[in-house]
Design a protein around this ligand. Structure first.
Ligand code: CUA
Length: 189
């Protein structure tokens, strides 16, 4: 007997499931449970969770806080952007706006900081290169990350959330200085 697409196939779904199919359903279910268990497991043991603190903030208030931060710790300028070197342990404020990241940050390797990220206009994406670090930068929220830079060097901040015509030019910079002890010895500069 042959069927066309017009004839419905014989309705057999109420008959007992074939043994092989039962086995496959069991395997699929067991695998779902494994993946389900991975979520809490990865949260607790994965070591990849951001150390975030999140606050609501008015975009204008955040911009004002960034300006204060820049005035307090500014050490120079680079490509018309303020360069800021906050002391170890301090709160560091980075502002994403169409289409720049301000300020340029100079941080010390080995020191801990709380890095605040927020936007004053639309969503941006904080992507630190060449590290594999990605965070959403959202207007109205101050996202504070506890960070400890390890490797001295220059890092670029790329915007990885499409934010308009200047998106591809939205590049910022973080300079990680050698640990204070090393600098004092005159090495590794
Ligand atoms: Cu900011 Cu894309």
């Amino acid at each position: 007997m042959y069927r066309t697409g017009i004839d419905a196939p014989e309705r057999v779904w109420w008959r007992p499931v074939h043994g092989a199919e039962k086995v496959w359903v069991a395997i699929a279910f067991a695998w779902c449970m494994v993946l389900f268990a991975m979520m809490p497991l990865w949260h607790l043991r994965g070591g990849q969770n951001p150390s975030g603190i999140r606050y609501r903030v008015e975009p204008l208030a955040y911009a004002k806080r960034v300006t204060e931060f820049i005035d307090q710790y500014k050490v120079g300028e680079e490509s018309n952007l303020p360069v800021v070197e906050p002391p170890p342990g301090s709160h560091v404020y980075l502002q994403a706006s169409m289409w720049r990241w301000i300020p340029v940050l100079r941080l010390q390797a080995g020191a801990e900081y709380v890095l605040h990220l927020s936007s004053t206009d639309v969503n941006h994406g904080f992507s630190l290169q060449p590290m594999n670090v990605n965070f959403q930068v959202v207007p109205g929220y101050d996202y504070g990350l506890r960070v400890q830079p390890t490797e001295p060097g220059e890092y670029l901040i790329m915007c990885n959330e499409f934010c308009g015509i200047g998106h591809h030019m939205m590049v910022g910079k973080v300079v990680v200085l050698p640990p204070a002890g090393l600098a004092a010895l005159g090495g590794a500069q």
